[in-house]
Write a protein that binds this ligand. Structure first.
Ligand SMILES: [Fe+2]
Ligand SMILES: [Fe+2]
Length: 215
């Protein structure tokens, strides 16, 4: 999408609705890069392990839903056109993660979280408000969120069974992409959030991970 093009409020609303549906409807996200899992061997997982990994991948999938919503909310209210463009490009990259996680959840015999619309709405609101405050706050939010996501990914990488190389390959590629997103947000002038704000975000993300592992 070109930053120079001018959209009417109705156009913008329709684009947002389209982006929301592409995030929330099953199999709606088309990845630009193939899943890193496809070149990995398939492993026989016990029923218990498959259920556990599916739960972890469901948490990661909801994290990606939140990332999409955050970026889309920020793009809506970003002040500088180049920041808006950066947010829209980042949201495009997260589509890969979203699609890879969903694919893996289905292979493990499960489904994405039923709570996704709720987390989408909350994250979209947070993104839009951050963008309204300032672009630096908005970019700071990206950096802090991606840091949080990297922590989850590290925990999950330590937890998934060694033989599940498909899930591992997906999480490792995501880990590297998210670190890159965090660094570029700080390079672009993002604020480094103080510890209490980060603590609040950690607590919120705990609520998300605890609920979506099961529901
Ligand atoms: Fe992501
Ligand atoms: Fe990211």
């Amino acid at each position: 999408m070109s930053a120079e093009r001018h959209y009417s409020p109705v156009d913008r609303f329709l684009l947002q609705a389209d982006a929301a549906m592409r995030t929330l409807l099953p199999f709606a996200g088309h990845p630009a890069r193939p899943s890193p899992a496809i070149v990995q061997p398939d492993a026989e997982l016990s029923e218990e392990d498959a259920r556990h990994v599916a739960g972890l991948m469901r948490v990661n999938h909801t994290g990606e839903v939140c990332a999409q919503a955050l970026y889309q909310g920020q793009a809506l209210t970003a002040k500088l056109p180049n920041i808006r463009k950066a947010m829209e490009d980042a949201a495009d990259e997260e589509v890969d993660h979203l699609a890879w996680c969903e694919q893996r959840i289905r292979e493990l015999g499960s489904r994405p979280s039923l709570l996704n619309p709720l987390f989408y709405g909350m994250s979209f609101g947070v993104g839009a408000v951050a963008g309204l405050i300032s672009d630096r706050v908005s970019l700071g939010f990206v950096a802090a969120t991606e840091d949080q996501v990297c922590k989850h990914l590290d925990e999950h990488l330590a937890e998934i069974p060694a033989e599940d190389q498909k899930s591992r390959a997906i999480l490792e590629q995501m880990r590297s992409d998210e670190q890159h997103h965090a660094n570029s947000a700080l390079d672009a002038g993002g604020l480094r959030f103080p510890a209490p704000v980060k603590l609040g975000m950690t607590l919120l993300s705990k609520v998300m991970t605890k609920t979506t592992y099961r529901i």
